[in-house]
Design a binder for this molecule. Structure first.
Ligand code: TXA
Ligand code: MG
Length: 326
């Protein structure tokens, strides 16, 4: 029997019961699907074991609303409160000084905790019904593309996740932006769905002193150190101008090739087009599904056209580079 459940009353009740019992639930969010557990050490251990996640890579805690961040969980700094007012519910994760009630297994041993309010009706309804936060990393094995449908989660983990709530395809398709909000200025630790442009616009730049620094290596989120988002076929990135030449070369080498290109870029007939996209946002929404499709259809190489590194394009290129490095 499939573990994918409709998020009706019975499905939600089954998810709540499983969570209270220390089990794992596949949780839809607007970014990607999460693998949720309550903040109890044994339940958290289940997440790390199933994902084969390094113990020093901390998890994001999900709450129903900003009022559900008690000091025992984390301390909302003035900057955090300001950012939460603008961006919650939504794909912004705030790194805060951790409270005493957070198991250090959740924080990867750090004295900080990452928190966000997901912008998805099923996630929020579940959190309210449960009445406590859940920790939820993306519901993929470490290093693999993140899941953006309930079926992706079921494909990845089978029966090991007793309930996967089906909330439809994730509308954003790419993970939240992780921001260190402990000081006076935000430090972006992981590029994501909330763009630098949005952060700059939301903050009084006179107060933060201009530029929002992005991902300085030493302060990056632990998770960004690892090889990530990679399907088990080769991923090659190329600009629109070189696409034809790259495809011709791979074709000459007899590789089984697929391509993901902008709608406006010509692709030679005979090349398998895996997806077309109109802009970086559209590519973001389909990116992980496309990577999964490339491997399930047995491609040797997936050629992906690059996008500009502004707006959500920054996070798209971050994920694509990691996928290509795998
Ligand atoms: O959109 C998302 O953020 C999704 C959905 C499910 O909410 N979750 C997600 O979780 O992407 P995960 O575990 O795949 O990525 C969490 C990232 C990792 O890079 C981790 O290192 C970082 O957040 N992180 C978590 N806690 C942190 C902390 N205390 N300090 C710095 N980085 C932290
Ligand atoms: Mg992840």
């Amino acid at each position: 029997m499939s573990t994918v459940r409709r998020p009706d009353e019975a499905g939600l009740a089954a998810a709540v019961a499983l969570l209270r019992d220390g089990g794992l639930v596949g949780l839809p969010t607007e970014t990607v699907y999460g693998l949720a557990a309550v903040l109890a050490p044994s339940a958290i251990a289940g997440i790390f074991a199933l994902k084969r996640r390094p113990a020093d890579n901390p998890l994001i805690v999900h709450v129903a609303d900003a009022a559900s961040v008690p000091v025992a969980l984390g301390r909302m700094t003035p900057l955090a409160t300001r950012l939460a007012t603008v961006f919650w519910p939504g794909p912004l994760t705030l790194v805060l000084p951790a409270g005493d009630a957070v198991p250090r297994a959740v924080t990867g041993g750090l004295d900080t905790v990452a928190v966000r309010v997901p912008d998805h009706p099923v996630a929020v309804t579940l959190l309210r019904a449960l009445g406590e936060p859940v920790a939820a990393p993306s519901a993929n094995r470490s290093g693999r593309p993140s899941p953006t449908t309930a079926q992706h989660v079921a494909d990845e983990f089978g029966d090991a996740v007793g309930v996967v709530l089906d909330g439809g395809a994730s509308v954003i398709g790419l993970e939240s932006t992780v921001v260190d909000a402990r000081g006076d200025e935000p430090i972006v630790l992981r590029a994501g769905a909330i763009t630098l442009e949005q952060l700059r616009a939301a903050l009084d730049t006179d107060v933060v002193g201009g530029q929002v620094p992005t991902n300085p290596d030493l302060r990056a989120s632990p998770g960004t150190r690892y090889r990530h988002y990679a399907p088990d076929c080769r991923v090659v990135l190329t600009g629109a101008d070189d696409l034809a030449a790259v495809l011709a070369e791979l074709h000459a080498a007899d590789a089984h090739v697929g391509v993901v290109a902008a709608t406006s870029t010509p692709v030679a007939s005979g090349v398998r087009v895996v997806a077309r996209f109109d802009d970086a946002g559209a590519l973001a929404q389909r990116l992980y599904a496309v990577l999964r499709e490339a491997e399930s259809s047995g491609l040797d190489v997936l050629v992906v056209e690059t996008v500009g590194e502004d707006g959500i394009g920054r996070a798209v290129m971050d994920r694509l580079r990691r996928a290509a490095a795998g």
